[in-house]
Design a protein around this ligand. Structure first.
Ligand SMILES: Cc1cn([C@H]2C[C@H](O)[C@@H](COP(=O)(O)OP(=O)(O)O[C@H]3O[C@H](C)C(=O)[C@H](O)[C@H]3O)O2)c(=O)[nH]c1=O
Length: 184
């Protein structure tokens, strides 16, 4: 496996080893021992999966506050996404900065999103399925959002982004308006 750092140090792109043969391929999508070797071990407690039918669907930018703050390991089972992670740790030298990485079912890439970062994505193909592990249970009362198209974030979403957005995401606060954030 390859672990590639991003401009936001703690956010990493993982390229699992792909064993291809005449049938297709095999890949280990999680291995506690090999991921621990890269400091990526986590005790996952929940697996999530979402299907977005329409290209340009945006989900996010979401995070959960302590004591239910989540690390996420994100991958795409079908289709392609632009995955976006924003540093929301007040006092961080990269506060408000983001990384945007394309993940696809064919590419097998994974994105490791630690606590202290808001996460979201825009789908780039119809019927895109995203699956991700989290190390803290869903907690509606601790769930927060930052508006995906807050101009202050400077995220260059693809053409057509926002074709479908949940009511919750449509009215999320800007980063400047968000009251509950993390401390670096
Ligand atoms: C996240 C979650 C949701 N739900 C229920 C609550 C709602 O009735 C329904 C849809 O939830 P929501 O609209 O928050 O789903 P997404 O917009 O895909 O949220 C996710 O999108 C971004 C990209 C993330 O990174 C988050 O992990 C997650 O918030 O599923 C659950 O039962 N358990 C859960 O863990």
């Amino acid at each position: 496996m390859q672990v590639i750092p991003t401009a936001l140090g703690d956010v990493r792109l993982i390229l699992p080893k792909r064993f291809g043969d005449a049938r297709g391929y095999f890949v280990e999508t999680w291995n506690e021992r090999s991921y621990a070797g890269h400091g990526l071990e986590r005790r996952w407690v929940q697996d999530n999966q979402s299907l977005s039918a329409t290209p340009g669907t945006v989900r996010g930018l979401h995070y959960q506050l302590a004591p239910h703050a989540q690390t996420k390991l994100v991958r795409v089972l079908r289709g392609r996404i632009l995955d976006v992670v924003v540093d929301i740790r007040r006092g961080s030298a990269t506060f408000g900065q983001h990384v945007a990485v394309e993940l696809s079912a064919d590419g097998l890439e994974q994105l490791f999103v630690p606590v202290g970062f808001a996460h979201g994505f825009c789908t780039l193909e119809p019927d895109t399925i995203v699956a991700y592990k989290v190390d803290a249970f869903y907690s509606p009362e601790c769930e927060r959002a930052v508006r995906w198209n807050d101009p202050a974030l400077g995220i260059r979403w693809p053409e057509g982004a926002g074709s479908v957005v949940s009511g919750k995401d449509a009215v999320a606060p800007s980063l400047a308006e968000a009251a509950d954030l993390f401390l670096a």
